[in-house]
Design a protein around this ligand. Sequence first.
Ligand SMILES: [Zn+2]
Length: 329
Amino acid sequence: MSSNASALSRRELMLGTAGAAAAGIIVGTQTASAKAPMAGASMTAFRRVKLGKFEVTTVFDGFANVPKVFPIFGQNKSAEEVATHMQGNYLPGDKMQIGFTPVVVNTGNKLVLFDTGNGDGRGPTRGHLAKSLQAAGFSPDMIDVVVITHYHPDHIGGLIANGKATFPNARYVTGEAENNFWTSKRVTGSTDKRMMGRSKLVQSKVVPLAEKTTFLKGAKDVVTGITALETFGHTPGHMAYNIESEGKRLLLWADACNHYVASLQKPEWHVIFDMDKDAAIASRKKLLDMAAADKIPATGYHMPFPAIGFVEQVGDAHRWVPMSYQLNI
Ligand SMILES: [Zn+2]
């Protein structure tokens, strides 16, 4: 992660609370001089769309610059094949930028937040959810329900900060299978270094909230209009959600698809973060087929911001079609 990129992110996200950022565009101070200061790359704190009577706001937590593509994506392929495919899609073959985008759904009765970002301690380009929420007009005490799609660090990291629940008035919803796995002996007793780190995080960020948590099994509603979909594989209890108001639908697939090119065009590529590769592929294909067949918009935690788009069927595979104005007209 370059320090340059970090500085830009901090600058942008700080500006994100100011009026200029509400428009989503950061520009440098303009003067009559030709020597305007460089303003740096910009990013947007939030994007809000309508979905029937609901409002859906995607809220940027930040990004990670990753110095490789293979074997994170295409673990069962060759490095050359993966690089060539990415380059064919106008992307670098040897590095990536991955975004983190929680979602707020205002149903009119409840304010529901899906996932909580990285929290602090994961570098300067991540953990900006609180600032982005503020830019979008939400304070932490307004959140009624926090849905955790799965227990990976970039999704649970913002639940608790300095020993206190970030969202003081919220109740919590997550998958029963997910919770069972991450609190099982298999995880808490693991001697694998990576697993020990993840277990520690679950114990400090999720377990203290258990009494206020509803554990879902099957296609249950979080609130009216928001229904869980069991999409296991990325993690043992990963959940996607169908969001629906007045016949308008949005599929929230969380991490079932992690890259807008790799996951959609090559859903059978193994992904290093998918804990059960075959189950993850099946879940991925199921969700992609659903979005493409019904032509419904989807939001994914790691899709390019604003992380809302459509899934076009192309032969046996799919293509990500970024949203433009479809949900605001
Ligand atoms: Zn993730």
